[in-house]
Each structure stands twice: as C-alpha cells, then as structure tokens.
Design a protein around this ligand. Structure first.
Ligand code: FMN
Length: 303
C-alpha cells in the first residue's frame, strides 16, 4: 500500500484529498455521511470579518458538466465561526484550513490574527471570489494588490498562509510570482471561472447577479493546465482543485504539480465523492507500484 501522507507548507496531511471551500460548509452536514477524519483536510466556507447574507437568489445554475454559482460569501462571520464551529471542527482529527475574504488588506490581517490565535492549522487567503464587489477578484487579478494582501496576511498569521488564485487572468504566473515574492507559504488554485447562463424564454440571466463562477468537471483541464504553469513558475507547494470527481482527476492535478488536491462541486452530486476520490487515488498509486503518493507530484512528462 502506498504511503498517502503529504506535506503542504509544513503542515502534515494524512492524505492529499481535502475538500474545497464553500462546498463543504463547516463540515457538520457531511459528518452524517462519512467519517470526516478520513479527509486530508477541510477548507471551510469563506469567512469575512462580519456576517454576510450573500447574494440574492437564484444563485445556483446547472451547466453542461458543471455549475454556476453566485453565493457571494454567505457566512456567519469570523467571530461566530471561532466561537461556534471551530471547537467542533478541531475535534474531528483532520487539518483545518480557514478560508478568508476581506475588502481591505487590513481586514485580511485582522482575520489572520484571530484565526491563528484560535488554532486553525492553515489560512487560505481568497483573493479570487468572482461574486463580491469589494476585494475578492480585484486583488487576485492585479499582482501588486495580490502581493499587498499576502504581505499583510503573513505579518499577522502565526500559521502557514496559502493564497488562493483566480483563473480569470491572462497570465497566472505573473500573480503567482508576486504572491511568492510577498512571502506566501503555498498556493491554491483554481477558484471558479466567470460565466453566464441565459434563459432564452425570459431572456433573463438565470442568476440574479447575472454572472457567477463556473466549477465542476468542465473546468478540470483548465485547472490541470494552470497548476502545471504555476508549478513550473515557482517553488511553492500547490493545493490543486477544479473539477475533481475521481482518483484519476486528482492524479492529473498531482502529476501537473499539486502536492494535494481539493474536491469541490463533486460533493453536491455525490456526498461521498471525497472518500471515493481518496480510495481511487490509493488504488491508482498501488496499481502503478508507487511507495508514496508524493511520487505523483510534478511527475508529468511533457512532450
Ligand atoms: C457553491 C460554491 C461556493 C464556493 N465558495 C467559495 C468560498 O467561499 N471561498 C473560496 O475560496 N472558494 C469558494 N468556491 C470555489 C471552490 O472552493 C473551488 O475553488 C472551485 O469550485 C473549483 O473546484 P470544483 O470544480 O471542484 O468545485 C466555491 C465554489 C462553489 C461551487
């Protein structure tokens, strides 16, 4: 049996399969389906300094091989998370990654300080949400702003900082290098791609926000390509995500350069998806005679 342990920026994961922010809530609902301690880690729903209602409905639309969402960071706020969700999560026996979004660099700093003190294992700095007006994507598409947020987050965090990048850019390596230069410990990608679906009868967009973020199997090849580009551009460890719904999808992201992966939209169709992905990935490693799953990372042999 292959050793499934991986290391992400100094944080030991029991296996490389985590769950993506915003698709697993704070874990409680899924703990009714499976033992969530089996996961390599949980990235929680994006947190903001104050509670947010999110965007008006409809905010989910089905697409061919995927989905569009404009949830808009609905969450109870960082303080309520620390008081009511984190104690339970910390008792689950898996790595807890706090995903944060702010409207200013200072808001990111403030949340990093609170969450580090509260004992999360890692902080995922979301500079790539396409569904909010302030902050979010504005930081993730401009290298100098991405670097500024990273610098402030690092100055206030006592745990590793992973920066979550947007695929909605022309050159992903430009942003990645800026974030590496500002001291990030790891990179996660991809967040959702901006998209739009129109009801041809009413001639109105399905989503109340008009546009939203595309995720699911349709985006896997884009995620694989971007992880590969980032892996070739910087030395930072990568948490790869985007369209993973099988062990071989996860293996593709790892071969492209990811140290670990996250399962997102696939859990909406099948709540057991993360566990199935983990089992299939283990079988794939065994069938290829690998002693460690880490042997997959970056092992693609480009033409
Ligand atoms: C409904 C929904 C909510 C999401 N919320 C967040 C969020 O709060 N923070 C974040 O960084 N990413 C969020 N994401 C993006 C996912 O974490 C992930 O990066 C993206 O969906 C690609 O993975 P997938 O194709 O496996 O879903 C959300 C995605 C979906 C579908």
């Amino acid at each position: 049996m292959a050793d499934m342990r991986v290391n992400l920026a100094g944080v030991e994961l029991k296996n490389p399969v985590t769950v993506a922010s915003g698709t697993f809530g704070f874990g409680r609902e899924y703990s009714e389906f499976f033992d969530i301690s089996k996961l390599g880690g949980i990235s929680v729903k994006g947190l903001t300094p104050l509670p947010r209602q999110g965007n008006p409905a409809p905010r989910i639309a089905e697409t061919p091989m995927g989905m569009l969402n404009s949830v808009g960071l609905q969450n109870p706020g960082v303080d309520a998370f620390i008081a009511h969700e984190l104690p339970w999560l910390k008792a689950q026996g898996t790595v807890i990654i706090a995903n944060i979004s702010g409207s200013t660099p200072e808001e990111y700093g403030e949340m990093c300080e609170k969450l580090s003190a509260a004992g999360v294992d890692m902080i995922e700095v979301n500079i790539s949400c396409p569904n909010v007006k302030a902050g979010g994507l504005a930081y993730g598409t401009r290298p100098e702003l991405a670097a500024e947020v990273t610098t402030v987050a690092k100055a206030h965090a006592a745990v590793p900082v992973m920066v979550k990048l947007s695929p909605n850019v022309t050159d992903i390596t430009e942003i990645t290098k800026a974030v590496e230069g500002a001291g990030a410990d790891a990179i996660s990608l991809i967040n959702t791609l901006r998209g739009m679906v129109i009801d041809v009868k009413t001639r109105r967009p399905i989503l109340k926000m008009n546009t939203g973020g595309l995720s699911g199997p349709a985006v896997l090849p884009i995620a694989v390509r971007m992880v590969w580009e980032v892996h070739n551009a910087v030395k930072l460890p990568i948490l790869g995500m985007g369209g993973v719904s099988s062990g071989s999808d996860a293996a593709q992201l790892m071969l492209a350069g990811a140290a670990a992966v996250a399962v997102g939209a696939a859990t909406f169709a099948d709540p057991m998806a993360p566990i199935r992905v983990l089992e299939e990935l283990g079988e794939l490693c065994d069938s290829q005679g690998l002693s460690s799953v880490t042997q997959l990372t970056g092992a693609v042999q480009p033409w």
